[in-house]
Design a protein around this ligand. Structure first.
Ligand SMILES: [Zn+2]
Length: 312
């Protein structure tokens, strides 16, 4: 496409909520809505998206606006069936083709971490950077790579998916590591997701706290919560050092619930130098500018001229 469309609509298919956003050509937000993700399975999710799109188009007096969708998982090509989604009712489904049928128009689908990275690289915390790594630290751990303003998709559609690599430079007590839903043990996700932090605290302290409770109690001086956060920070620094050694991004942007933990932005750059293969580490670690809206903003941008939709 040579000209960006006048209006673009992004949909973020989350595990707990579905968000829709309409942008005009100047990036102004025209309409934004958010509903809980229906629990009635795949067809109910398709119907919810159709209802949201119809509502937004009616409100704006539009029809047939291009739709970009941020989804957990990745479309497996050829065939276009979704894989690796933690919203398991989407797995094995022809999400793009089904949405195109349901919405009667072309639809572009990309991984939610890729959409997050695209949004932050376009007009967010990593604006203007050539190489950007976006990290989701939430219910799961995902990642996305944007190079020169374009999503790096990869031959298997999994570029940036570091959450199911093993935790690097493991210490004895970190082996073999917690069991992961992917069938392996000791995946980065089992340590660095929100549930991973809670489980690590529970293994050591013998009681279960939510991640934000651990963060709050650490700030209030609780030694066991402080120790859990320090273990978390050391592991995140090792995980990101791996990424820096491989990709050498100018900026790493954190997203997901744990990106709200402010101390990470001070502590991690002090810790990762030990593991990065360089005398100096110029990589910046940044908080997201658009918060959890970046998924839906990136989804709308899948239709931007010069953006990089996944291959169709
Ligand atoms: Zn795994």
């Amino acid at each position: 496409m040579s000209n960006p469309p006048r209006f673009r609509v992004g949909v973020d298919l989350g595990g707990t909520k579905i968000e829709i956003l309409a942008l005009d050509r100047e990036e102004r937000e025209l309409v934004r809505r958010r509903i809980p993700t229906p629990t009635g399975g795949y067809e109910a999710i398709l119907e919810a998206v159709r209802w949201l799109v119809r509502g937004v188009e009616e409100e704006l007096g539009l029809a047939g606006v291009p739709i970009g969708v941020a989804s957990p998982g990745t479309l497996s090509e050829p065939g276009g069936l979704l894989k690796n989604s933690n919203t398991v009712c989407l797995c094995g489904r022809a999400l793009r083709a089904d949405l195109e049928r349901c919405l009667a128009r072309p639809v572009r689908v990309a991984n939610d971490a890729n959409c997050f990275a695209l949004s932050e690289a376009s007009d967010g915390a990593a604006q203007g950077e050539a190489v950007v790594f976006g990290v989701i630290l939430g219910t799961g751990v995902g990642g996305g790579v944007v190079i020169d303003g374009k999503i790096l998709s990869g031959a298997n559609g999994i570029a940036g998916e570091w959450g199911h690599n093993p935790l690097p430079w493991p210490q004895a007590e970190e082996l073999p590591g917690p069991e992961c839903y992917c069938g392996r043990r000791g995946c980065i996700e089992t340590f660095l997701s929100g549930p991973g932090l809670a489980s690590d605290y529970q293994r050591v302290a013998g009681m279960r706290l939510k991640p934000d409770e651990i963060v709050g109690r650490a700030a209030a001086g609780d030694p066991s919560c402080e120790a859990a956060l320090r273990r978390y920070e050391d592991r995140l620094a090792r995980g990101l050092a791996h990424v820096i050694n491989l990709l050498d991004p100018g900026v790493i942007v954190l997203g997901g619930g744990l990106s709200n933990v402010e101390r990470l932005y001070r502590r991690i750059p002090l810790l990762w130098s030990r593991w990065v293969f360089s005398d100096r580490v110029l990589t910046k670690l940044a908080a997201p500018r658009h918060g959890d809206s970046s998924g839906v903003r990136g989804a709308a941008r899948l239709w931007e001229a010069g953006g990089s939709p996944p291959p169709r």
